[in-house]
Design a protein around this ligand. Sequence first.
Ligand code: DX5
Ligand code: ZN
Length: 213
Amino acid sequence: MRYKIAPSILSAKREILQKEVKEIEPFVELLHVDIMDGKFVPPTTFRPDEIKAVRTKLPKDVHLMVERPLTDGFIDDYIDAGASSITVHVEAKDSVKECLAYLKMKKIGTAVSINPHTPLEKLLPFLDEADMVLIMSVNPGYAAQSFIPEVLGKVKELRKLKPKLDIEIDGGISKDTIKQAKDAGANVFVAGNAIFNKPDRKAAIKELREALK
Ligand code: DX5
Ligand code: ZN
């Protein structure tokens, strides 16, 4: 199982986003793009044109924290902005089945996410259509929050069910929390604060990889 580091640009400097991405690009596997609509969670983040403008060889792992990914056009907007994979929340108001079917028809990677207090059972109906599952280890909406270790039980259970599936964990991942996430069975690690809020990003990413060992 390959370990993948996915820096979250929510913690990058928005006004120099291209420069921020170029700096970390050589050292990571994915770019985690957090999109919020102000309804599913209070904040709003990037516009599609800002993400489209980011030129990178990294796959854009778009995390939609929005109420209506399909009917409000977010899925189309971020396919156009170059998403390689799009994550929808089971807690969203649109049909997850419809969102995943649409993404498959558009040949975009599919991912489903659950919040810390949502039981794993809510994910099971979608597992066969998901290329990846995102287990939130913070309540969505903000960067630099504390890791919620109670979610690791869900990671463990999911890994037993799906030995080959990409399991992404998102929220409060640092050199102090990444190993327990890996030991529970996660293999894709989102990190915003632990990378972009450090002066030496390359060293911060190296530190995360060291902590995985
Ligand atoms: C929170 C986002 C996360 C967040 C992770 O709603 O989905 O991706 O940016 O940031 P850190 O690593 O700072 O917790
Ligand atoms: Zn995220």
